[in-house]
Ligand binder design. Structure first.
Ligand code: DC
Length: 220
């Protein structure tokens, strides 16, 4: 069974840093599926598609051409050939991405792309529905959490250059995104059957990485 490590959890749980660290430690590829939903959202905004209009979003779901680079030391994402790794992290995209990622046509398109990239395995994949939908047979499934407060602090730190990103504002925006991501009809954020739950509130990044690496080694 080729190694696929599914890393799911809410925003700010430390998934990205942990997933990249695990990929490096085990010599695996790394895929950030959140970046793919963000890239589609960026493209919709850029092309004047009203993101709250699910039918309008669905009608254009096949149009953006996405490419994801899977080197954990330098993951890349391009849309129609343009590097969007910076623009997909703006608050504008962050606040629109839950609406776009709730559209089934968008999910169907991206899940197909994600399965192509996963291919024969050897990869750490982070997202919200990796263990439940994209790769339910992954030999290692992790659900990473942390307290709301710690998650908001981590995100506010990521957004330090943005003066609007106080911990309070981030907490509110985070609660809204959590609610949308876990109550949507299409593949809501949920703990997959057989997933190991890791609460990173009191753990260092290295401790989280070690815990996941241990799970992967137990599978060998
Ligand atoms: O992990 P992130 O914050 O970059 O993800 C951005 C958004 O994309 C998140 O609010 C929900 C959505 N998403 C999703 O629906 N399914 C995934 N597998 C990954 C992300």
């Amino acid at each position: 069974m080729p190694l696929v490590i599914a890393m799911d959890g809410p925003s700010g749980s430390g998934k990205s840093s942990a997933s990249k660290g695990v990929a490096r430690a085990l010599g695996l590829r790394y895929l950030d599926t959140g970046a793919m939903y963000r890239a589609v959202t960026w493209w919709m905004l850029r092309n004047g598609v009203p993101v709250e209009d699910a039918a309008a979003v669905a009608a254009r779901a096949q149009d953006p051409v996405l490419e994801s680079g899977t080197d954990p030391d330098g993951p890349t994402i391009t849309v129609d050939g343009a590097d969007v790794s910076g623009p997909i992290r703006t608050r504008e995209v962050t606040n629109a991405v839950s609406a776009v990622s709730a559209v089934p046509a968008v999910r169907a398109r991206l899940v197909e792309l994600q399965r192509e990239i996963i291919g024969a395995g050897g990869i750490v994949v982070e997202g919200r529905d990796i263990g439940t939908v994209v790769a339910p047979d992954a030999p290692v499934k992790v659900y990473l959490t942390a307290s709301d407060e710690v998650r908001a602090r981590r995100r506010a730190k990521d957004l330090a250059a943005d003066p609007g990103a106080s911990v309070t504002v981030t907490l509110d925006e985070q609660a809204r995104r959590d609610r949308l991501d876990s109550t949507r009809r299409a593949s809501p954020l949920a703990v997959a059957a057989g997933a190991h739950e890791i609460d990173s509130t009191e753990l260092t990044l290295d401790e989280v990485i070690e815990a996941v690496v241990r799970l992967a080694k137990e599978q060998e």
